[in-house]
Design a protein around this ligand. Structure first.
Ligand SMILES: [Zn+2]
Length: 199
């Protein structure tokens, strides 16, 4: 991962009253504000501060803030106060917020769909079950009656919610037992049925 800070001039102003300490020319000093920002793999993420410099358009002398006479420093401070970091410097933050919102929308939609599946189960539905800490397995609906579900249990469990696919093989299922629709609903409401897969 590449990260670090970069700078970009965000504001400049020619100062009519300042006199260059090097060539004594008045009105040729341009003060500039640089906004520094942190980037992650070159995506600007957040601004980290501002610095300033001046340049004389006549003799080209450049002064950093710590080299400036007081009048220059006052001018640069005023310019800094009137310059704010552009929004693009927060691109990474917006990107992360946007992704988070998308994921949350997707999650809610998914959960609403699962709620429909649990209230009207059909044979073949697969329930991703969280049995306990680092213990996940799959129950498969074998048969549906008016008030119960007959389930096939997967003979294996995995230790990550991302591992369900590894045990989802026909030969891993064996007849489990029946539970009432109400109990299935309860398992869903308690979050023990994490996810429902319907082909
Ligand atoms: Zn000069």
């Amino acid at each position: 991962m590449v990260f670090g800070t970069k700078g970009k001039v965000i504001n400049s102003q020619v100062q009519p009253n300042l006199i260059c300490p090097h060539c004594n020319t008045q009105g040729k000093i341009k003060t500039s504000v640089v906004a520094k920002y942190f980037h992650l793999t070159f995506i600007p993420t957040f601004p980290t501060g501002k610095s300033g410099f001046s340049q004389c358009d006549h003799c080209k002398q450049t002064l950093e803030e710590n080299q400036m006479p007081p009048a220059f420093r006052n001018a640069i401070n005023e310019l800094k106060n009137n310059s704010s970091a552009p929004k693009w410097m927060f691109s990474g933050v917006f990107l992360i917020l946007g992704l988070g919102m998308l994921m949350s929308i997707f999650d809610k939609k998914n959960h609403a769909e699962d709620a429909n599946f649990i209230s009207a189960p059909v044979a073949g539905d697969k329930y991703h079950m969280k049995l306990g800490y680092r213990e996940y397995t799959i129950y498969r609906v074998n048969k549906v009656t008016a008030d119960s579900l007959y389930l096939d249990f997967n003979n294996y469990s995995v230790n990550k919610a991302t591992g369900y696919h590894r045990i989802d093989k026909e030969e891993n299922y064996s007849p489990g037992g029946a539970i009432s629709n109400a109990d299935a609903q309860k398992l869903f409401d308690e979050g023990k049925i994490e996810n429902i897969i319907r082909d």
